[in-house]
Structure formats: structure tokens, C-alpha cells
Design a protein around this ligand. Structure first.
Ligand code: ADP
Ligand code: MG
Length: 536
């Protein structure tokens, strides 16, 4: 039977051929980030189509900026992006694991094992790892939370900077961690990040409270206030604009004047209302009329205008205030409280800093160039994410490949008990887990096979699952003792995300590509044809 007309404009690959091509795409993608894994991983220079460049060691940053067109590569990138969103680390690992499992699956397919059997075996192995993980976890102490946050920064920036950022991230996470319904919740969105070009990178620091790049409305307003009350307005203290809000029938100039007086009176009443409510600080999303400045000064109210809505929301959460649409609608319950509110000059910008009970924290990312500042910002966001997750669930596993090797050893023993062909897939899964220590060794310039064998035998003879490769000292060590530890959730998510992605690829046996018209710009076509004018 001839192919259905619907497939006329479509290229099709099926069966084994489709699987082979898909696996090749996955391996090619993993090849792009393989060399960045671990503290000895190298950086990538990324240049976009507008010529902007960025140097990074972060797997997901490399993957997301690559112009990848293959749909399978997209599947792996989205597994890595999920990893980034849920646990903020382990993005390179996810891609490496998925590609390795696919490659190992291919070897089995060639030997005649059906992809569906392999997928089943992989799922059994993944569940086994999930069940085995609690045995390998340790409850984190405060120092270990700091160590794990530092490990998550391995290979990024320089060592001293890693300590600064890890310290700031852990302190910030502690500041915002709160008990809620018997659980600890640490929401990283309560931490604000501001950037500052100019000073050197080492001046990045954390300040208690929220810092907003704002100047008080008038310099005679108090610059520093002790504990007091704050009102947050999702509007302004302004005259109503004639064109939009009111209809006036002007018959004489007095009408206009009396309208203006009435408006002025209306604003004055609002200032009075602020005093009645005992407000010390006012922050508005819209403007504050110049004519009101002197009245606010007289009332001793520190006022800020044009504050972004997102900042108002952060302030509201920190001070226990409610955002009101206008001052005259404000009630006592809407008012929040703060511990300290002060203005400070940073270089050439004015900052308003507000400290409150649950006021969060602000990280000031500094650096000599924009590229450096954004790398500091990205690293802090990742470190903060890891620190917050650790506040919520302080469970750690040894890093440096130790846990992957420990899981692989257990899996191999378990595979022996599985009678069907799934046994082969479980063994292939165990081999795949070992790709992490192998690549760590490779990137440190060590022999991956010898190193792996050495660690496996040490773990087994010393009965110690924490032995992994310390790439700094270049010898196998107890990773908990040398403080290379990772949140267990990072590994759990990396293993399950990568397994999910590889099983999804194994289940595909038919690929239909819509044929695309590729348009080539005229000058490029001319140079390809050799008919371009010689520009020399
Ligand atoms: P990912 O994007 O997957 O997080 P990284 O480049 O951050 O990749 O590398 C993470 C890996 O580096 C983890 O497996 C971690 O255990 C390992 N690692 C970090 N520090 C060390 C160290 N000093 N020695 C060995 N391995 C380390
Ligand atoms: Mg990492």
C-alpha cells in the first residue's frame, strides 16, 4: 500500500533507525556540556547572534543558549531545565545520565533486547535507587549546609568568591526560613537581589532588610527612622488628571480654581489621614504631588514614590502590611510595622533600606563589568535555591561521585535477583550512574577507568559508601569528611528526571519530520555557488 498522502511533505524514519538517530542527538548534546562537570570543569564562551558574549560553566545556561533544533535534544534540555527549577543544581548531571543510559540501551538493542524491555528495566532500577537513597543520606548540620551550598558552586567563579556567595546564601536562607504548619518553609523569592557595577566582585554582600534603589521624595524628610508603621499604596498622592478622570464644564476661571482648591483639599485630607493612622513611612506605586511634600515633611513622614509593584509586594510580606488602592481607603489593619527604615548612598545611587521582622534580605551583586555581575547574580540565585531547599529538608549525600558508585554497587547486586531480560537493563542503568565519577575524573585529567575501579574497591573493602573522588586533592577520600556534600534531592531529581527522559526516547519508534523550505540569503547562496563578487 502506498503512503498516505498526508505524509507527502514529511520525512520519516522508523524503528531501529529512528532510535539510533535519536540517541545520537542525545549523545551529541551531552558532549556539549560534558567538559563543564565538576570543579575542574572548563568554561564555555557563548556568543549570541547579536555578538553578545558570556563565559559560563553552568550546564543549563549553555544548553538554553544553544540553538538546538533536534526534538530529542529539546527533551533532554527540558529535563535539565526542570532540574534547575526544582532543585537549582545538577543540570549537567541530568543530561549526562540521560545520554549515557540511552547509549547503554543502544548496545542492548543491538544485541536484540527490545527497547520496551529496557524501559521497564530502567524504571525498576530508578525505583530501586529511590528506595536505597535514605540509607545513604546524612542529616545536615549547619556547617554541612554551608559546605553543600559551596559544593553547588564548584567550578564557578573563584574559590574565595564561592565562600562569600555560599555564606551570603545560607545567611539569607536562614533569615527567611519560617515555620509553617509544623514544617520549615524558605521561599527564595523573599530575597531581593540588586546589582551594582563598579566595585570589585569581592564587595558583593548581604544586607538585612530590603534595599530599594529609591530616593525619599524630599530631602527634609527624615533619613533614618527607628521602629514605626508603614503604609503601602497601590496608587498615589496626586491631583487627578483632568483628561482621564473628571469631566468639567468650565464657565469661568473661578470654576477651575475652585476645582483645584478642592483637589488640594482632598490631598491634604489624605495626609491628615496618614497622621491619624500614625504612619511614619509611606510608599506609593504612583507619584506624590510636589505640593504635598511640605505637609509630609511637617508630619515627619518618610515618603517614597514610584515604587515598583513587585517591591511593594515584597515590602508587604516583610512588614505584614496590606497593599491599599488609595490612602483614603486605608484602615488600621492595612498598616505594617518595621524595625528600621533608612536611606544610604551607594556610589552614585540612593538606596532606601527597610528592616522588618520578616523583612527578608537583599544580596548586593557587584562586579567590574556587566558580564561579571550577571554571573555573580546567577551563582547567588543557584546557591540560594540550594540553601533554601536544605533549610526545608536538611538531607545530604556524599558528592564526588560517591553516591552514584554506592547506588551502582547496590543495583548490580539487585540485578542478579531479577530473572528476565530486565536484568541486563538494570546493569546498564548501574553502568550509566558511574558516568558521573568517570567524567569528574576525566575533567580533572585523571584516568577515568582506574579511578573508578579504585573507588569501587575502596568502598567495598572499607565498607564505606562515602568514598568518592576529591578532584582537588586528586585522591579518593571520604567525601563527608572533606565536605564535598550535596542535597539528596539533587541526586534524586537528577536520576528520576534523566530516567524519565531516556525512557521517553526509548519509546519512540517513528519520527515524522515536516519537510521545511530552507531559505538561504542571496549573498550566501552566491558564495556557495562561487558566483559572489570578489571583495578583496
Ligand atoms: P551540575 O550542573 O550537574 O551541578 P557541576 O559542574 O556543578 O554540575 O558539578 C557537580 C558535580 O561536581 C557533583 O557531582 C559534585 O559532587 C562534584 N563535585 C563538586 N566538588 C567536588 C570536589 N571537590 N571533588 C569531586 N567532585 C566534586
Ligand atoms: Mg552544580
Amino acid at each position: 500500500m502506498s503512503e498516505a498522502p498526508i505524509l507527502e511533505e514529511t520525512d520519516r524514519t522508523t524503528g531501529r533507525d529512528a532510535l539510533r538517530k535519536n540517541i545520537q542527538a542525545a549523545i551529541a548534546l551531552a558532549g556539549a556540556v560534558r567538559s563543564t562537570l565538576g570543579p575542574k570543569g572548563l568554561d564555555k564562551l557563548l556568543v549570541d547572534d547579536e555578538g553578545r558574549s558570556m563565559v559560563t560553566n553552568d550546564g543549563i545556561t549553555v544548553l538554553e543558549s544553544a540553538k538546538v533544533e533536534h526534538p530529542i535534544a529539546h527533551m533532554l534540555i527540558s529535563a535539565s531545565a526542570t532540574q534547575d527549577q526544582t532543585v537549582r543544581d545538577g543540570t549537567t548531571t541530568t543530561v549526562l545520565l540521560a545520554a549515557e543510559w540511552l547509549q547503554n540501551a543502544w548496545h542492548l538493542v543491538v544485541q536484540g533486547v527490545h527497547p520496551a524491555t529496557i524501559a521497564r528495566g530502567y524504571r525498576i532500577a530508578e525505583q530501586f535507587c529511590r528506595d536505597a537513597m535514605p540509607e545513604l543520606c546524612v542529616e545536615a548540620s549547619k556547617e554541612q549546609i554551608l559546605a553543600a551550598t559551596k559544593t553547588s558552586l564548584a567550578g564557578k567563579l573563584h574559590t574565595q568568591m564561592q565562600s562569600v556567595i555560599a555564606n551570603c546564601a545560607v545567611t539569607a536562607a536562614e533569615t527567611i526560613a519560617m515555620g509553617s504548619k509544623g514544617k520549615i518553609v524558605a521561599d527564595p523569592t523573599r530575597v531581593k537581589v540588586v546589582t551594582r557595577n563598579g566595585p570589585t566582585i569581592d564587595e558583593s554582600n548581604l544586607i538585612t532588610g530590603l534595599a530599594l534603589s529609591k530616593k525619599r521624595a524630599h530631602r527634609d524628610m527624615p533619613s533614618t527612622l527607628g521602629a514605626g508603621s508603614i503604609l503601602l499604596v497601590d496608587g498615589g498622592l496626586e491631583l487627578r488628571s483632568m483628561s482621564t478622570d473628571v469631566k468639567l464644564n468650565v464657565t469661568s476661571t473661578e470654576v477651575l480654581q475652585s476645582f483645584r482648591d478642592a483637589e488640594h483639599e482632598r490631598l491634604l485630607k489624605q495626609v491628615e489621614k496618614l497622621s491619624e493612622l500614625g504612619i511614619n513611612v509611606l510608599a506609593c506605586r504612583e507619584g506624590i504631588d510636589d505640593a504635598m511634600h511640605s505637609h509630609l515633611v511637617k508630619a515627619g513622614i518618610q515618603s517614597f514614590r514610584r515604587v515598583a509593584k513587585s517591591d511593594l509586594e515584597l515590602l508587604a510580606r516583610g512588614c505584614g502590611a496590606l497593599l491599599v488602592p488609595s490612602i483614603h481607603q486605608a484602615r488600621e489593619n492595612d498598616v505594617g510595622v518595621f524595625i528600621k527604615s533608612y536611606c544610604e548612598r551607594w556610589g552614585d545611587s540612593e538606596q532606601w533600606i527597610l528592616e522588618a521582622d520578616e523583612g527578608g534580605a537583599t544580596f548586593v551583586a557587584t562586579g567590574s563589568t556587566e558580564t561579571v555581575v550577571s554571573e555573580v547574580e546567577r551563582c547567588f540565585a543557584d546557591a540560594l535555591g540550594v540553601a533554601c531547599k536544605l533549610m526545608e529538608s536538611p538531607k545530604l549525600v556524599p558528592g564526588g561521585g560517591a553516591t552514584y558508585i554506592a547506588l551502582a554497587r547496590r543495583l548490580r547486586r539487585f540485578a542478579e535477583t531479577v530473572p528476565g531480560r530486565e536484568q541486563l537493563a538494570i546493569e546498564a542503568f548501574a553502568d550509566g550512574l558511574e558516568t558521573v565519577p568517570r567524567v569528574l575524573a576525566e575533567n580533572a585529567g585523571m584516568d577515568p577507568i582506574d579511578t573508578l575501579l579504585q573507588i569501587v574497591s575502596l568502598q567495598s573493602t572499607q565498607n564505606d559508601d562515602s568514598i568518592g573522588l576529591n578532584v582537588i586533592t586528586r585522591v579518593p577520600e571520604n567525601m563527608i569528611e572533606c565536605e564535598v556534600v550535596e542535597p539528596s534531592r539533587v541526586l534524586e531529581q537528577a536520576i528520576s528526571g534523566a530516567c524519565e527522559a531516556s525512557v521517553a526516547v526509548l519509546r519512540i519508534d517513528d519520527v515524522l519530520w515536516a519537510r521545511q523550505e530552507i531559505s538561504v540569503p542571496e549573498d550566501v547562496q552566491a558564495s556557495l555557488d562561487g558566483t559572489a563578487p570578489d571583495r578583496r
